[in-house]
Design a binder for this molecule. Structure first.
Ligand code: 2RA
Length: 340
């Protein structure tokens, strides 16, 4: 029987994207319950043409759901996801709350879907961070063929990583700066202002000097790829782009890499588009990619000095690939494997 779904965070950017994907991919459900924090509930949203009220999460009985998606922030997940799992729902959590919990699998279906063959001990499957997902999808075949030694990444992350309030603030700050270059505009989400700026700071600062976003990319890549000693080091940067994160990745391998083989292997991955098949040196950008459900790769450069190292330029829709689509593909796998 098709599952009964609870969707916590239905009014947020990821929640709304998930609703569109449920419709577009014809994900089957018996009931759908739209939930949000008390502050964001009270609205009505449509799913498959049917109007549903958005109810407060704290009044919902999760015994009425077989599958619960959470994307309402880490605090909401910490408070309600274990309760949902205890009441019998299988949780797919899009926050940082349980990603490193050993009882919780951290899943990118194109990489480690085998972990979905049974219900996890915690009752929760964690969805990785938006910058980690496209990266590990590309690193898996590289590890298998050439062996990974080290990965150095700079990210160029869009305002939508902070949800609707992030994109609204970028628009407003841009308008303010166009009217008066000295006006920084609102700075609730991004400080200093993101308008006509780049900001090398995402999430909180850790004692190590790295940010939490940078630490997530290291720890999550190790867990998903099952390479606990992999060296992944990152500088995460917010850029004035509305949607889609980009990454410049320098990858060092054990063995020499043949560029043509690398392009062929990456291009053969499911839902990956390599942009230099016809035009070597071609590149994707957040504004120009057309297939939102693909990871886009370009600027593939093997080092002429040491062919064990190469560069990739990567663009992926952070709300879809990096969040809602990955979560829904986890759900599709759980259904296909009979775990749900
Ligand atoms: C960001 N990584 O881009 C976050 C969203 N998960 O801010």
């Amino acid at each position: 029987r098709a599952p009964r779904i609870a969707l916590v965070g239905a009014t947020g950017a990821v929640g709304e994207t998930l609703i569109r994907l449920i419709e577009d991919r014809a994900f089957r459900y018996r009931e759908i319950h739209l939930l949000a924090s008390p502050r964001s509930s009270g609205r009505t949203l449509h799913v498959d043409g049917v109007a549903h009220p958005v109810s407060p999460v704290d009044t919902f009985d999760f015994a009425d759901a077989d599958l619960a998606f959470f994307s309402a922030g880490t605090d909401v997940s910490r408070k309600w996801a274990p309760e949902a799992a205890a009441r019998g729902a299988l949780v797919i959590d899009n926050t940082n709350a349980f990603r490193m919990d050993p009882r919780t699998p951290l899943v990118v279906p194109q990489v480690n879907a085998d972990l979905l063959a049974r219900r996890p001990a915690s009752g929760i499957v964690a969805n990785p961070n938006c910058s980690t997902i496209p990266l590990v999808r590309l690193l898996r075949p590289v590890e298998d063929r050439w062996g990974l030694r080290k990965v150095v990444v700079s990210t160029y992350q869009a305002a939508s990583g902070r949800g609707h309030s992030g994109t609204a603030e970028l628009r407003e700050a841009t308008r303010a700066a166009l009217a008066d270059p000295a006006d920084a505009g609102p700075q609730a989400e991004f400080r200093p202002t993101l308008a006509f700026n780049v900001v090398p700071f995402i999430d909180e600062l850790l004692d190590s000097g790295f940010t939490m976003e940078e630490q997530k990319m290291l720890q999550e890549s190790r867990k998903i790829l099952d390479l606990p000693h992999l060296d992944v080091t990152t500088t995460c940067v917010r850029v004035p782009v509305l949607n889609s994160h980009s990454e410049a990745a320098w990858v060092e391998c054990d063995d020499s890499v043949d560029r043509a083989e690398l392009v062929a292997r990456l291009g053969a991955l499911p839902e990956v588009t390599v942009h230099d098949r016809e035009v070597p040196g071609a590149f994707p950008t957040p504004r120009t990619v057309t297939e939102a459900d693909h990871v886009h790769v370009g600027r593939v450069r093997v080092s002429p000095h040491d062919p064990r190292g190469f560069w990739l330029w990567v663009v992926a829709d952070n709300l879809r690939i990096g969040a809602a689509l990955n979560a829904l593909q986890i759900a599709e796998e759980l259904v296909a494997r009979g775990t749900l």
